[in-house]
Design a protein around this ligand. Sequence first.
Ligand code: 4NP
Length: 166
Amino acid sequence: MNGPLKYSVLFVCLGNICRSPAAQAVMQRMVDERGLSDCFYIDSAGTGGYHIGDLPDKRMRVHARPRGYELTHRARRVQLSDFEDFDLIVGMDAANVSDLCDRAATIEQQDKVVMMGDYIRQYPHYDYVPDPYYEGSEGFELVLDLLEDACGNLLDSILQQNNISK
Ligand code: 4NP
């Protein structure tokens, strides 16, 4: 990236203990692997406040580990300053996107909100990342499959649109 500023991405789900901390870890590793760590700041948050301060859900951590992701994020709620601080805010499903748009203070802030489903390519039956909280193991594996697909496409899109290169 030209200049010292990092491009910042905030992943958002409901609880910030399943989908969005996983998305954060998947994206962070992609950024690291491409040698772009200095260009990006990646974080996650939840629209709900039920799990503030918690580690990611044990099931999410157990499914992420064999793929090489250690999930150490502590859950936090989306706050107003996030809409100023982040360049892009990525909701996992339509409810997340709708909640985020409601909370945005300006049209410019609303324009920062995008839907993770729009970057899913390899799983045409999914246009969102489904909440795995009440699902079994398959639900957590599906989340990781969808996130690995979507994060790659999202990263390509960010790099292209912002002329970011090493
Ligand atoms: P997440 O999953 O939004 O992917 O973190 C959930 C976690 C907790 C709850 C719902 C969804 N909950 O209702 O507590």
